[in-house]
Design a protein around this ligand. Structure first.
Ligand SMILES: *[C@@H]1O[C@H](CO)[C@@H](O)[C@H](O)[C@H]1NC(C)=O
Ligand SMILES: *[C@@H]1O[C@H](CO)[C@@H](O)[C@H](O)[C@H]1NC(C)=O
Length: 186
């Protein structure tokens, strides 16, 4: 029999590992390359595991942030980039690590749709760099209209860009999600 104190400790440990964040969605099958060396750009990473990129401003990010800097001259003034070259992310420490993800609600205030209650496992195979022009050019200061927490530009927010094939498994919302996150073995 497990004592009440032990149960309390286990619950505290589970809470200590849990985190929250946001999910956007990306089609890795169409992307062609990823930041983590040795991993392929496919939505499915085998064993029911989905691909994901982690934003380099995320508290869960380990290792040095991606190289590069934010330079508005690379933006076209209406949300797109002119020079769309991304930075190197050679120090990404979470490559190959897995996280259990569940939906905690709509990030865009959608009133139709719901979380399914399903949990999925994602494997980090890519980075979502704040210094990538395809991300920062979407900010309003460069003429875009995407909130900072939906283009990997919000400091202190765990940002996962997850395989599009996982979207309908997590929720019936159409767009981005608030999520619960827990590290798990792959
Ligand atoms: C910003 O980008 C432009 C165009 O690529 C370049 O000419 C300029 O040197 C860059 N500025 C900085 C501070 O890196
Ligand atoms: C800027 O880039 C976006 C995304 O590629 C594109 O949809 C838009 O038409 C471009 N705007 C201009 C003014 O070139």
């Amino acid at each position: 029999m497990i004592s009440l104190a032990a149960v309390t400790l286990l619950a505290a440990a589970a809470v200590a590992n849990a985190a929250t964040g946001v999910a956007t969605f990306n089609n890795y099958d169409a992307q062609g390359g990823v930041a983590c060396s040795g991993f392929s750009s496919t939505n499915s990473q085998g064993n029911g595991i989905y691909a994901a990129a982690l934003g380099d401003l995320s508290p869960l990010w380990t290792g040095p942030a991606c190289a590069g800097s934010v330079n508005g001259s690379n933006c076209n003034g209406s949300g797109g980039c002119i020079d769309c070259t991304g930075p190197s992310c050679s120090g990404e420490g979470q490559c190959g690590n897995c996280f259990q993800i569940s939906c905690a609600g709509s990030l865009d205030g959608e009133t139709s749709g719901a979380c399914t209650g399903n949990t999925i496992v994602v494997k980090v195979i890519d980075a979502c760099p704040a210094t990538h022009p395809e991300n920062y050019c979407k900010l309003s200061q460069f003429g875009g209209n995407v909130p900072s927490n939906q283009c990997c530009e919000a400091a202190g927010v765990n940002a996962f860009d997850i395989a599009t094939t996982a979207q309908s498994v997590l929720s019936t919302y159409q767009y981005n999600l608030n999520i619960n996150i827990e590290p798990v073995s792959c």
